[in-house]
Design a binder for this molecule. Structure first.
Ligand code: CNA
Length: 278
C-alpha cells in the first residue's frame, strides 16, 4: 500500500507534509478549505484551481523513485501480489510494473469524462485544454458541462478494480505500507484486511495508522505490550527500501534497476501517443 510519500523524491509534493505538502501551498487558489480543490461541488462552482493544479501535477514530467523500482524488484522476484496505490502519477508503470499488478485506487489522468453526460474525452484533448489554461467543457452537442480527469474526488466512488482486487489481502503473507498518512478512507482500512498473523511493515517519515481508524479499522499496534506483528521503520521510503534490500542481499539488483532507468527511461516516454496505461 503506497501513497504520495513514495513520489516526493521525484519532486511531486504530497498533500499533508507541513510546509512542503500541497495543502500548505494552496493559498494562491483562495479556497474555502484545502480539500475543496478535490471536491466535485467546488469544481462545479470554480474549476480553475483544480485545472491549474492538474497542469502542475500532469504526468510526464517526473521519473520513478527508488521506491517504485523496489516494487518492480518485488515483481521481478515473483513476490508482489499487487501494489495498491493512492497516487495518481502512474510512476509505478513508468518503472515497468505491469498494469495488472497496479491498483490505482484514486484513479488517474489517463481518461476524462464529462461530469454530467459521462462522455469520454481523449487524453490528448484534455491535455491540450489543461496546458492552454482553458476550462475543459464537454464537446457533445447540447451538453457543454465540465469535463474532469478520472481522478477520484472526495465523495466519489473508487474504481471497480479496487474492490475486485481487495481479496488479495486475504492471501497476502506480508503487507508493506509506504509513504502515506493513512488518513483517507476506504483506502486506509485495507491495513486490516490481511490475516491476523500477517506481519505489517510501515516505512514512513512518521508513525501513522495507529489505533482505531474510523468505524471499521483497528490500525497498527507498534507500542503496546500485546504487539506482535507491526513494525514501523521511520525513514524516507527510498532509504527504507535500500535498508530492506541490504538485509535481503538484494541491494545490487535494486541499484541495477535504478541505474538502468536513469539511462533508458526518460519521463516523456510515459505519454507517447497511443501508449496504454490503465
Ligand atoms: P499524504 O496525506 O500527503 O501523506 C504523505 C505521507 O508520506 C506523510 O505521512 C509523510 O510524512 C510521508 N512522506 C512524505 N514524503 C516521504 C518520504 N520521502 N519518505 C517517507 N515518508 C514520506 O498523502 P497520502 O498519499 O497518504 O494521501 C492520499 C492522497 C494523496 C491521495 O488521494 C493521492 O491522490 C494524493 N496525492 C497523490 C500524489 C501523487 O500521485 N504523487 C501527490 C500528492 C497527493
Amino acid at each position: 500500500m503506497t501513497g504520495a510519500g513514495i513520489s516526493t523524491a521525484a519532486g511531486i509534493p504530497d498533500f499533508r507534509s507541513p510546509g512542503t505538502g500541497l495543502y500548505s501551498q494552496l493559498e494562491k487558489y483562495n479556497l474555502p478549505h484545502p480539500q475543496a480543490i478535490f471536491e466535485l461541488d467546488y469544481y462545479k462552482s470554480n474549476p480553475q484551481p483544480f485545472c491549474t493544479l492538474a497542469k502542475e501535477l500532469w504526468p510526464g514530467n517526473y521519473s520513478p523513485t527508488l521506491s517504485h523500482h523496489f516494487l518492480k524488484l518485488l515483481h521481478n522476484k515473483g513476490l508482489l501480489m499487487r501494489s495498491f496505490t493512492q497516487n495518481i502519477d502512474g510512476l509505478e508503470l513508468v518503472a515497468g510494473l505491469p498494469e495488472e499488478k497496479l491498483i490505482a485506487a484514486h484513479g488517474s489522468f489517463h481518461k476524462s469524462h464529462c461530469i454530467e453526460c459521462k462522455q469520454l474525452h481523449a487524453l490528448e484533448w484534455m491535455k491540450e485544454k489543461i496546458f492552454a489554461g482553458e476550462v475543459p467543457r464537454c464537446t457533445k452537442a447540447d451538453c457543454g458541462a465540465l469535463v474532469k480527469p478520472d481522478i477520484v474526488f472526495f465523495g466519489e466512488a473508487l474504481p471497480e478494480r479496487f474492490f475486485e482486487a481487495m481479496s488479495d489481502f486475504h492471501n497476502a503473507d506480508l503487507l508493506i505500507v509506504m509513504g502515506t498518512s493513512l488518513k483517507v478512507q476506504p483506502f486506509c482500512l485495507l491495513t486490516d484486511k490481511v490475516g491476523k498473523t500477517v506481519p505489517r511493515l510501515l516505512i514512513n517519515r512518521e508513525k501513522v495508522g495507529e489505533g482505531v481508524m474510523g468505524m471499521f479499522g483497528y490500525g497498527f499496534d507498534f507500542v503496546s505490550e500485546n504487539r506482535y506483528r507491526d513494525v514501523a521503520h521511520l525513514d524516507d521510503c527510498d532509504s527504507g527500501c535500500v535498508k530492506l534490500c541490504e538485509l535481503l542481499g538484494w541491494k545490487d539488483e535494486l541499484m541495477e534497476l535504478v541505474n538502468d532507468d536513469d539511462e533508458s527511461n526518460p519521463p516523456a516516454a510515459f505519454w507517447t501517443p497511443g501508449g496504454s496505461l490503465y
